[in-house]
Design a protein around this ligand. Structure first.
Ligand code: GAR
Length: 206
């Protein structure tokens, strides 16, 4: 029986506002994530509002600082926090740090990321946050969107899990477009992917 198998233990990694984290927490509260549970939020940024969101939802939040430290030290602390909490699925939700192969190889198909474009457009190193939408508008594409994918050693290069298109409108600014992509795509896709991957990890424990 599936009910006797513990839910997949999820950590969400954040750096900023945390609206995608909020979408996951809301979906969990609404009973839409039945096979996983967010038990930890990790931020590299001590001032991230996402940490408030974790606190408000009663989820443990920890800061693993990156500034002024080597990649090895940073990732060592990340791994320690993940292991301490028995994490089985890592969700990058606006986490603005690129993870090395040393890190990603530890968690094959156990890390997912949301990216605010239709990969393979406007992705890879240097494409994050508003910059992605600036690039889409500068190029003049008529359709953009969001992608949830597995994370491997290639930035935004892992297998695609879910994708949704969003139309660009005349007079869009990067800020307006960012909000539309979040509302119409990211906030739906990320909780859905969290459930899908949590289920498949849980099923493999049978
Ligand atoms: C989101 O649009 C997310 O897709 C993007 O940053 C924003 C974070 O917002 N992530 C990337 O660009 C990763 N390459 P949030 O903190 O409100 O979830």
């Amino acid at each position: 029986m599936m009910n006797t198998i513990p839910k997949t233990r999820i950590a969400v990694l954040v750096s900023g506002g945390g609206t995608n984290l909020q979408a996951i927490l809301d979906a969990q509260k609404a009973g839409k994530i039945t096979d996983g549970e967010v038990v930890l939020v990790i931020s590299n940024n001590p001032d991230a509002y996402a940490l408030e969101r974790a606190k408000n939802a009663g989820v443990k939040g920890v800061v693993v600082p990156k500034k002024g430290r080597t990649r090895e030290d940073f990732e060592k602390d990340l791994v320690a926090a993940l292991e301490e909490h028995g994490i089985e699925l890592i969700i990058l939700a606006g986490f603005m740090c690129i993870l090395s192969a040393d890190f990603t190889n530890r968690y094959p198909e156990r890390i997912i990321n949301v990216h605010p474009s239709l990969i393979p457009s406007f992705c890879g190193e240097g494409f994050y946050g508003l910059r992605v939408h600036e690039a889409a508008l500068a190029y003049g594409v008529k359709v953009t969107g969001a992608t949830v994918h597995f994370v491997n050693e290639i930035p935004d290069g892992g297998k695609i899990i879910l994708q949704r298109a969003v139309e660009i409108q005349e007079n869009d600014t990067p800020e307006i477009l960012q909000k539309r992509v979040m509302e119409q795509a990211e906030w739906h896709l990320l909780p859905e992917a969290a459930q899908l991957v949590s289920r498949s990890i849980r099923e493999r424990k049978k």
